[in-house]
Design a protein around this ligand. Structure first.
Ligand code: GDP
Length: 529
């Protein structure tokens, strides 16, 4: 095996998705702890605040005390090199959150055991399903009163539309949480509340039905466990690795990130069941990660980290070969050879310069304004283009008005550049030009980011008038006569900058009505770039 091959084989690149507060940060922190990337468990808050030190680029982040952009963390564990892509939640939820999933090879979904599947998980989950990447479920907070595990698993199956296979099964929850039963090994890992967070606790081999088990976990718990496992063995899907890898079956684990219970077991199973980076599709077919030539695609652009320089950082996912600092690569969309400068990577909490990186890794490079989301970089001897990144449906829309109409050119330049970075999407009225601009965003915070950046970087003041639309659909068959479509009164026809037609709706049921009235109309939830 060449060095490059063995390096790439060690790589695992995944995203963690969850609804805010389900425990994503805590779980990530425990992973890092196992990798030795941080020394102390239980410093969740510490991590959250220290994260500012590295992502404190935009003033708005400082003002709001949040991190607008998602970060990437790399650590080593048991011979693996693991890249975790953090997906921002709360108000800082944006299109970047979705795009991060395009750079991941698999996803870990954290669910709060007492809340079940929550709204934000559903949206992110849909993107994973669209990509067909493996999805692992960690049902967290079992040390608190949780919903019935059968109900939880059933909810994942019905709400998210994926089959599940519990790898371990909880024995009680909250005060009565005794631990988990490993269905493959037939062992029980016991939970001791006193073990607050430092080490994995003991595992005991057990035979279900053996009376010694009554002493260990109590007779009632034992009886219930026997019953549960019996039911599970009869009803749940087999742990079929192929289906896991196709994203059709989600292995489910129960645990408690805060008390570090079940985290290492989860990590080990996860590493066993996932693969190193897989080939990615391009216009010349699949590109193997193990080919020697470097290639990558840009999935995120972060602007203006340093206000004085108006520079940007383009984050790219390396898809094949090896990256060496200062190497010359071919930028397909720019049709030019370039040198990637100031490459950086996140290691736990610090940003540092990278000298080499491999397929599966994420690096950020200085962008003098030449990159756009989805761009491909490759060796100049073998040029190709990776499949583009879809445009995700914005959920908030506003009309943008300029306060000082004299600055029209500045305004258009600014708003187009910000749109190119992928922070916002811009649209126009269907029948007019740029005089009316509609902005669409995935998370409302992006409106503030837009306003702030236009003012600070382009000296253009704007007013935003919020529109009632919440749903957008791309019209796939563009040849249709859009003006003659039969639509509802809450439907609005718009077009993007390339002239592609779209529809905006206030109510979800209008989408159905419009679809029913216009049978030939093909609508899509994702826009193709
Ligand atoms: P995130 O928003 O998904 O990143 O969630 P955090 O990791 O910040 O966790 C949210 C809150 O839940 C914090 O107060 C954590 O201490 C707490 N928490 C996380 N995991 C657990 C757990 O396993 N058990 C309990 N009881 N609390 C937890």
């Amino acid at each position: 095996m060449t060095d490059i091959t063995s390096e790439i084989k060690q790589r695992r690149t995944f995203a963690i998705i969850s609804h805010p507060d389900a425990g994503k940060t805590t779980l990530t922190e425990k992973f890092l702890l196992y990798g030795g990337a941080i020394n102390l468990a239980g410093s969740v808050k510490g991590r959250k605040s220290s994260r500012h030190a590295v992502s404190d680029w935009m003033e708005i982040e400082k003002e709001r005390g949040i991190s607008v952009t998602s970060s990437v963390l790399q650590f080593n564990y048991d011979g693996y090199c693991i890249n975790i892509l953090d997906t921002p939640g709360h108000q800082d939820f944006s299109e970047d959150t979705y795009r991060t999933l395009m750079a991941a090879d698999s996803a870990v979904m954290v669910i709060d055991g007492s809340k079940g599947v929550e709204a934000q998980t559903i949206k992110l989950f849909k993107v994973c399903v669209m990509r067909g990447i493996p999805i692992f479920t960690f049902v967290n907070k079992m040390d608190r009163e949780a919903n019935d595990p059968f109900e939880l698993v059933d909810e994942i199956e019905t709400v998210l539309g994926i089959r599940t296979c519990p790898v371990n099964w909880p024995i009680g929850s909250g005060k009565n949480f005794k631990g988990v039963y490993d269905r493959q090994k037939g062992t029980i890992t016991r939970f001791f509340a006193a073990h607050n967070g430092q080490k994995e606790v003991e595992s005991v081999e057990v035979t279900l039905g053996d009376e010694h088990l009554d002493e260990l976990i109590g007779k009632d718990n034992h009886d219930k466990l026997v019953e549960d496992i019996d039911l599970l063995d009869g009803a749940s899907d087999e742990l079929d690795l192929q289906r896991v890898q196709e994203g059709k079956l989600s292995p489910v684990f129960f645990g408690s990130a805060l008390t570090n219970f079940g985290v290492e077991t989860f990590l080990r199973h996860f590493l066993d069941m996932t693969t190193s980076p897989l080939p990615r599709n391009s216009n010349v077919g699949e590109i193997s990660p193990f080919q020697n030539d470097f290639s990558a695609f840009v999935f995120k652009i972060q602007a203006n980290m340093n206000k004085a320089h108006r520079d940007r950082i383009a984050f790219m996912r390396i898809c094949s070969g090896k990256f060496d600092a200062g190497m010359e690569v071919f930028h397909i969309q720019g049709d030019k050879k370039i040198r990637l400068s100031q490459p950086q990577q996140m290691m736990a909490q610090e940003r540092h310069h990278v000298t080499e990186a491999y397929a599966g890794d994420i690096i950020g490079v200085f962008d003098p304004g030449i990159f756009a989301i989805g761009d491909t970089l490759c060796a100049s001897s073998k040029r190709f283009e990776y499949d583009g990144i879809p445009t995700f449906a914005p959920e908030h829309f506003a009309k943008v008005r300029q306060v000082d109409t004299m600055k029209r050119k500045q305004f258009i330049k600014g708003i187009e550049q910000i749109a190119q970075e992928g922070a916002i999407q811009i649209f126009q009225e269907f029948n007019t030009g740029m005089e009316e601009i509609i902005v669409g965003v995935v998370g409302v915070l992006q409106f503030d980011v837009l306003k702030f950046r236009l003012e600070s970087e382009y000296r253009v003041e704007i007013r935003l008038e919020t529109l009632p639309y919440e749903h957008i659909r791309w019209i796939e068959n563009k040849e249709l006569d859009i003006s003659s479509l039969s639509v509802t009164s809450d439907t609005k026809r718009i077009k993007d900058l390339k002239g592609n037609p779209l529809l905006l709706f206030v109510h979800p049921w209008s989408i159905r009505t419009v679809q029913e009235r216009n049978e030939e109309l093909i609508l899509s939830e994702f826009g193709k770039n």
